[in-house]
Design a binder for this molecule. Structure first.
Ligand code: EPZ
Length: 421
């Protein structure tokens, strides 16, 4: 197992290129099940979750080949492998997002058997809304022996109204509806850029989806979808993480390949804190300041503050004088990193879905443990500014979603390395 070791205190400077979005790539890869013929998808990050998704697709009969460092070719062909419809526990347990094969499998192969994803450290992670939406399209779904077993003679378009916003639930219903008979509407659909990217990908392949980016999606069923060439949107959470790396080290970093329009809530909150941000086309320059102001923030569905940026903001606010309050509206228990940050000297009190942070004059390096991907990002950021040495354990969580994070931070001037233990 590896650990990351950081000598805090270096100011980060230079430029970094942001990769394609993990959370767009995963459902788009799954949606290739719906397409006849090869697709070449560019902007795929080199991370463990992508390897897991590739394995799941190969297990379902797909050909998944790396064409270059950031491009995957994925081939499914109509009429082939129709007897393969299982995503087994050994693979699903590695990555909860593998639930996004459910909609495409049901649509294309009329059967899906997907290991029921368990909860995780960020919360309970139910899938009742996925099941409700797919059932409304005509699927019979039951859970037996730890698997979601779904089947349908045919799927027929209908009006679905979600009672809560769900990113992957929207993806699953959208992918099941694209080849269904008739028209489906999804009210209260998730509007996240990653959901929009999936819809744009499907449309390029021949689907008829309108209302992309709005909370009502309309999907007119079509007969066939064909393989396409497509480029994934830049990862807004990776960009936000690097932005805070610059802010917390009072550095000056320019990020390339960024969609500022996907980061409005993050940019606004960083500016309110006192960070200088300049946007030029698809580049963002983030300049740290000597004085920052305490801020309050609340995680909500897009276009509001993403829950996947909560831990990184918490790390920053730990060193900002005054009282800041973070309220977590998406995953109210997603605060395990607060206890690790406290070990570094942070003053954080968790009260239900809120964390009250009183800025400390400094953080000090120590041994800390990563509980999930974004918690890990928060701890790395804290380590960059802490006095002394921070040892971050269980970095496999980080590798699930960030490509060579330590190398890229090191190029910007951080004293950071990976050590085999
Ligand atoms: C996606 O997870 C992301 N994962 C998560 O990113 C992200 O934190 C989350 O959306 C919220 O933005 C991927 O895209 C692969 P949800 P998802 O369904 O779709 C409740 C990361 O670090 N809910 O939008 O699984 C749920 O409990 C990961 O990259 C139901 O009640 O999240 C939560 O409170 C972690 N019933 C809220 O909805 C359901 O059937 C939002 O969850 C489904 C969800």
């Amino acid at each position: 197992m590896d650990k990351i070791v950081i000598e805090g205190g270096n100011c980060l400077e230079g430029s970094a290129r942001i990769n394609g979005a993990k959370n767009a790539a995963l459902p788009i890869m799954a949606a290739c099940l719906l397409l006849n013929g090869p697709s070449r998808i560019k902007g795929i990050p080199n991370i463990v979750d992508i390897q897991t998704q590739s394995e799941i697709l190969r297990n379902l009969g797909g050909e998944v080949k790396k064409l270059d460092d950031e491009t995957l070719e994925i081939i499914f062909r109509d009429g082939e492998n129709s007897d393969k419809f299982t995503a087994p526990y050994e693979l699903v347990r590695k990555m909860r997002a593998s639930i996004c094969v459910l909609g495409p499998l049901l649509s294309k192969r009329r059967r899906a058997k997907v290991s029921y994803p368990g909860g995780c450290v960020i919360g309970q992670r139910p899938i009742d809304l996925h099941i409700k939406g797919l059932s409304a399209l005509g699927a019979q779904i039951e859970t037996t022996e730890g698997y979601v077993n779904a089947s349908a003679d045919k799927l027929v378009g209908t009006n679905i109204s979600f009672t809560g916003k769900t990113v992957l639930g929207t993806c699953n219903v959208m992918t099941a509806a694209v080849l269904a008979e008739g028209t489906t509407t999804i009210e209260y659909a998730a509007c996240e850029p990653e959901v929009q990217d999936l819809a744009n990908f499907l449309n390029k392949a021949g689907a008829k989806i309108t209302g992309i980016g709005e909370s009502k999606l309309t999907i007119e069923g079509v007969q066939e979808l064909r393989g396409v060439d497509y480029e994934i949107i830049p990862d807004r959470i990776e960009a936000g993480t690097f932005m805070i790396a610059s802010a917390i080290t009072r550095g000056d970093i320019t990020l390339q390949n960024v969609r500022a329009d996907h980061l409005s809530a993050v940019i606004d909150k960083l500016r309110e804190t006192g960070v200088e941000i300049t946007i030029t086309g698809n580049e963002i320059r983030v300049k740290g300041n000597t004085v920052y102001h305490a801020v309050d923030l609340m995680t909500v569905p897009y276009p509001g503050m993403p829950t996947d940026m909560q831990a990184q903001f918490m790390a920053l606010l730990c060193i900002v004088e005054g009282k800041s309050i973070i309220t977590e509206k998406i995953f109210p228990d997603r605060f395990i990193h607060a206890a690790e940050l406290r070990r570094m000297g942070a003053d954080i009190r968790v009260d239900g879905p809120s964390a009250i942070i009183r800025g400390a004059p400094f953080l000090s390096g120590t041994e800390v443990m990563v509980s999930d991907l974004r918690a890990g990002a928060g701890l790395v950021l804290a380590g960059l500014v802490a006095k002394g040495t921070t040892h971050i354990h269980r970095v496999y969580h980080l590798d699930r979603g960030y490509e060579r994070l330590e190398d890229r931070l090191s190029k910007l001037g951080a004293a950071i390395k990976r050590v085999r233990v």
